[in-house]
Design a protein around this ligand. Structure first.
Ligand SMILES: Cc1cc2nc3c(=O)[nH]c(=O)nc-3n(C[C@H](O)[C@H](O)[C@H](O)COP(=O)(O)OP(=O)(O)OC[C@H]3O[C@@H](n4cnc5c(N)ncnc54)[C@H](O)[C@@H]3O)c2cc1C
Length: 554
């Protein structure tokens, strides 16, 4: 049996055999980290796949149906390969064997008939269903907590079924991942334009179920702006959400699928907006003297109709850490010269870097660049020398999906990394950034740890922005201690976010890790509505994967 996760690192990020750095770079990175937050002079006890497999019990699932026998797999290794996502608790689990939750079977349907058979079989036998897209969730969606459970991998449903040029939409099977979608659409001269950093592995169904956001959301929109409708399998049968360019016919039901996190239905076909491949796409690195002028620039830029497809602003700490990391990872001379040049031009302590993306026809991009460059100058930004700016943009573009591989290297060196994100109106952005970072640092101090923490803005709206914080810390010797350490940092940040009335997630969803905070955003009445919707959509609680909300089954 061939399945996709065979080529994937079972206990880390990404594809097998891909190494971001050579040994010299890793040595420099290690010394940088130990100078910043301390040396790691212990080794957390890791578990091998063989040892882990010994801990997996024989599946309790029984299959007699001859068709289903070809779709279902009970082998321990396959079950292990589909039991983890990418949240920090998932990492502790697959690295150490702590708090193991292994699915009881994995099924790989190839068409809707097989999907229906599976659904009915699970219903008849009271097996839970956990839908697996690309398994890249960072908030615990994929952890199989309720048993017996069958994980349905959507990976074989990965085709573009129709490209409708006249109406600019495509019908795509929900299990298609980023490269599969783009490769198929590009043959027709089109693209979806949804590029989350997890693009290599995450899927259309996963994006819709978690309300994901791609790096060029400024141009293409969040997935909710791209998703028009489609077909889902529900307890009561198939349901088609008819796509219309717009409608005022009561509530928009596609919003019952967006963000449903695998709790209400199985999305198997999505109708999505597509755009012609742009004639040109260019990225630039720009510097501002401080974050206030950078944000004021953004607020002006966002009011204009230009072909800007991305604005990504690193706060000063992230700018410095990115430059330091680049120094420690093979670009020492270039970065040192850049810092000297910036200092010469008056960009000293508080400067910050922004990546700008332009997408469109050559004419549009040319005109937009002129407008935006003038605006950059109005805010004392620096886009010259142009070749450096272009080089920085190119380097970002080249590495846009590779930086997550750093997680593997960091763990090997004894460090962990996690991220969290929110979205707030402009007047709260600076306050939230400072308070979130402070809260995480203070929580770490209680564990006698120094950490590195930094933030950027990457999804920009007229009214505000997403805020994305990364924190890097030393691992602990025991998994329990490490989990508690991570949890305290995460809780401290989440408390700040809810107190400021930010969303508990701009793009990763709720999963299991954010569940307790959802009520602050939706209110008690909102939570009741969500609960009732889930109960109604899934009366037998087959899709009860513990995501989003706790439901009393009585
Ligand atoms: C390194 C890294 C970078 C990331 N970068 C980004 C980013 O830039 N932007 C962003 O938005 N997110 C990002 N994420 C988070 C993650 O990629 C997204 O949440 C993504 O949308 C998950 O898609 P998936 O296919 O992997 O879904 P999975 O993780 O497999 O599943 C997520 C949830 O969706 C449900 N689901 C999946 N498919 C279906 C379906 N067909 N029908 C019904 N329910 C379904 C599952 O049951 C589960 O509850 C990143 C994650 C990692 C690890």
């Amino acid at each position: 049996m061939n399945y996709k996760n065979q080529i994937r690192k079972w206990n880390g990020w990404g594809k097998n055999g891909f190494h971001l750095y050579d040994q010299n770079i890793i040595r420099d990175l290690k010394s940088f980290l130990s100078n910043q937050i301390g040396e790691v002079n212990f080794k957390i006890k890791e578990i091998t796949k063989e040892e882990l497999l010994k801990k997996v019990s024989v599946s309790s699932i029984k299959i007699n149906d001859p068709i289903l026998k070809n779709i279902f797999f009970l082998e321990k290794e396959i079950r292990l390969d589909y039991s983890f996502g990418q949240s920090f608790p998932d990492w502790i689990s697959f690295k150490t064997g702590w708090n193991l939750e292994i699915t009881d079977a994995v099924a790989f349907p190839s068409n809707i008939e097989e999907l229906k058979l599976l659904y009915d079989y699970c219903k008849k036998n009271q097996y839970k269903i956990l839908i697996y897209g690309g398994g890249t969730s960072v908030v615990g969606h994929i952890r199989p907590e309720n048993h017996p459970v069958i994980t349905i991998s959507m990976e074989k449903l990965n085709k573009v079924l129709e490209v409708n040029k006249e109406n600019s939409f495509a019908i795509i099977q929900a299990g298609a991942n980023g490269p599969e979608i783009e490769n198929q659409l590009q043959k027709y001269g089109y693209r979806l334009g949804h590029y989350p950093q997890s693009f290599e592995l995450s899927t259309l169904g996963g994006w819709i179920a978690t309300r994901s956001s791609g790096q060029q959301s400024l141009y293409y929109g969040k997935i909710e702006d791209i998703f028009l409708g489609g077909k889902v399998l529900t307890d009561k049968g198939e349901w088609e959400i008819i796509p219309n360019p717009a409608s005022s016919a009561g509530p928009d039901l596609k919003y019952w699928i967006l963000g449903s996190e695998g709790r209400t239905s199985i999305l198997y076909e999505a109708i999505v907006k597509i755009r012609k491949l742009p004639e040109t796409e260019e990225f630039y690195g720009v510097f501002f003297k401080d974050v206030f002028s950078a944000i004021n620039f953004i607020k002006q830029a966002i009011q204009l109709k230009t072909s800007l497809s991305m604005i990504r602003l690193s706060f000063p700490e992230e700018t410095l850490i990115n430059l330091e990391m680049a120094k420690a990872t093979g670009y020492k001379n270039i970065i040192e010269n850049l810092i000297k040049y910036l200092s010469f031009r008056g960009y000293k302590n508080q400067f910050c870097m922004m990546i700008l993306g332009f997408t469109g026809t050559k004419k549009e991009v040319h005109t937009s660049k002129k407008i935006i460059i003038d605006l950059i100058k109005d805010f004392n930004g620096l886009i010259k020398p142009y070749f450096i700016s272009k080089k920085l943009g190119k380097s970002w573009e080249k590495n846009r999906f590779y930086s997550p591989y750093l997680r593997n290297t960091l763990w090997e060196l004894g460090y962990g990394v996690d991220t969290l994100e929110t979205c707030l109106p402009w007047n709260k952005i600076i306050e939230a950034k400072n308070k979130i970072e402070f809260a995480i640092k203070e929580a770490a101090k209680k564990h006698n740890e120094e950490i590195i923490v930094y933030t950027h803005l990457s999804h920009i709206y007229l009214n505000g922005s997403s805020l994305y914080t990364t924190y890097l810390f030393r691992l602990k010797e025991s998994p329990e201690e490490l989990f508690q350490f991570w949890k305290d940092m995460k809780q401290a940040a989440s408390k700040v976010i809810t107190e400021l009335k930010g969303t508990i997630s701009h793009q990763h969803g709720v999963g299991k890790d954010h569940k307790t905070y959802l009520v602050f955003e939706k209110g008690q009445i909102g939570m009741e509505w969500i609960k009732n919707y889930i109960k109604n959509a899934d009366p037998h609680q087959l899709l009860n994967n513990n995501n989003l909300i706790d439901i009393d089954h009585s």
